[in-house]
Design a protein around this ligand. Structure first.
Ligand SMILES: Cc1cc2nc3c(=O)[nH]c(=O)nc-3n(C[C@H](O)[C@H](O)[C@H](O)COP(=O)(O)OP(=O)(O)OC[C@H]3O[C@@H](n4cnc5c(N)ncnc54)[C@H](O)[C@@H]3O)c2cc1C
Length: 349
């Protein structure tokens, strides 16, 4: 056995299907954490190709750039409860792609500050460094990822799966197809596979709206991260206070899932004004001095804890799925789902 840069253990022998000369071909849709973890775990057992619709890896562990400002506008931080996830993270920590954010953490009830404490005293709250998307960048090294390729249809031919990025842009065939896109996006592609569709349909993901604020001068706040209750926003963080950031002072505000689901299609100015009103009510009127203001709509941000299997495998059709939506809307859950699926597939190869 040996360990790769991401700390995964690999058997030294390859698995083959259909005789000694044919290596199993696996297509993975999505290069978020789930897709990257599955790809890294399988790459020594199979010929793995990842299809990703955006220009870079990491999915919702994302960073938005705007001149001198940077915003981790998706996932904010993550914890590591399981020993398996801690082992996976260690090489990323050693390489400087992950660090413990020792934030000053506040809790608000409406506009009343109820708690203020240092996270340094708690368990680690990890972030990607110098940006949240650094994790995806590092994990994508040495993988065969086809970027800017949105899979819009899948078909099972005589020789296996043929994913297509539009008419005339087919790839494959592949022996196995692994879906890691959010539940509703996966459901749209696997229509007609009733068990798979039912598995996806049972898992309803919730939206989130992100407001990015960039300032010419730092705003004086007594905290780096704030959890907000009883408001239409749920979170404010000083993005530039995270470790290893050298960007200008920036704040990231998240709406509640409920407010996002009710206003996802609303006019951008309305969303921006309302979220800025809410953030100013909590953190002070000086937030209105923001020189840069931008909204991002996350249609599928997270999901409550799910019962049932941590991943999906259809042996008959050689079709599988993993992702946070199989477990819970958390980075560690995405890792758990992907690791469980990879182990289960390796046992079949
Ligand atoms: C606003 C927000 C806040 C969050 N906060 C936290 C937090 O503080 N802590 C925490 O632990 N987690 C948080 N999360 C959740 C966390 O980001 C996710 O659990 C995790 O990143 C999910 O990884 P994944 O690989 O399962 O999915 P994703 O990251 O969504 O990856 C799926 C990938 O598939 C690609 N894709 C989709 N459809 C196609 C297609 N048809 N063809 C090709 N590619 C496709 C997407 O572009 C994406 O890269 C947050 C998420 C959001 C959006």
């Amino acid at each position: 056995m040996y360990r790769d840069a991401a700390g995964a253990d690999y058997a030294e022998t390859n698995s083959y299907m259909g005789g000694a000369s044919t290596v199993t071909r696996i297509a993975i849709v999505g290069a978020g954490l789930s897709g990257l973890v599955v790809a890294r775990r399988l790459q020594d057992h199979a010929d793995v190709t990842v299809f990703e619709k955006s220009r870079s890896a990491g999915g919702r562990m994302a960073t938005r750039y705007a001149g001198e400002f940077e915003f981790d506008h998706g996932a904010q931080f993550f914890t590591a409860r399981s020993e398996r996830f801690r082992r996976f993270l260690q090489p990323l920590i050693d390489a400087g792609a992950v660090a413990n954010w020792q934030a000053r953490f506040a809790e608000y009830d409406g506009s009343s500050l109820s708690t203020l404490r240092a996270w340094g005293d708690d368990y680690p709250h990890y972030v990607g460094t110098p940006r949240m998307n650094s994790i995806g960048k590092m994990l994508s090294a040495n993988l065969d990822i086809v970027f800017e390729t949105e899979i819009t249809g899948i078909a099972r031919g005589r020789d296996g799966w043929v994913p297509a990025a539009g008419a005339g842009n087919e790839s494959g065939p592949f022996d196995w197809l692994v879906m890691t896109s959010p539940a509703a996006q996966t459901a749209a592609l696997v229509e007609g596979f009733d068990d798979f569709s039912a598995f996806c349909d049972e898992r309803r993901m919730l939206g989130c709206l992100a407001l990015m604020l960039g300032f010419a001068k730092p705003v004086d706040l007594p905290w780096d991260a704030a959890l907000v209750r009883n408001a239409d926003i749920s979170w404010i963080s000083v993005n530039s206070s995270k470790p290893a950031r050298d960007s200008a002072f920036s704040l990231l505000v998240h709406s509640t899932n409920a407010w996002a689901d009710a206003h996802l299609e609303d006019d951008t100015d309305f969303i921006l004004d309302h979220m800025l009103d809410e953030a100013s009510r909590v953190a002070g009127e000086h937030l209105r001095s923001a020189a840069h203001r931008q909204v991002h709509r996350w249609r599928y941000a997270n999901i409550d804890t799910q019962a049932g299997p941590t991943c999906f495998v259809d042996d008959g059709n050689q079709l599988a799925a993993c992702g946070d939506w199989c477990v819970r809307g958390r980075i560690e859950a995405a890792f758990t789902s992907a690791s469980d699926l990879a182990e289960s597939l390796i046992a079949r190869l």
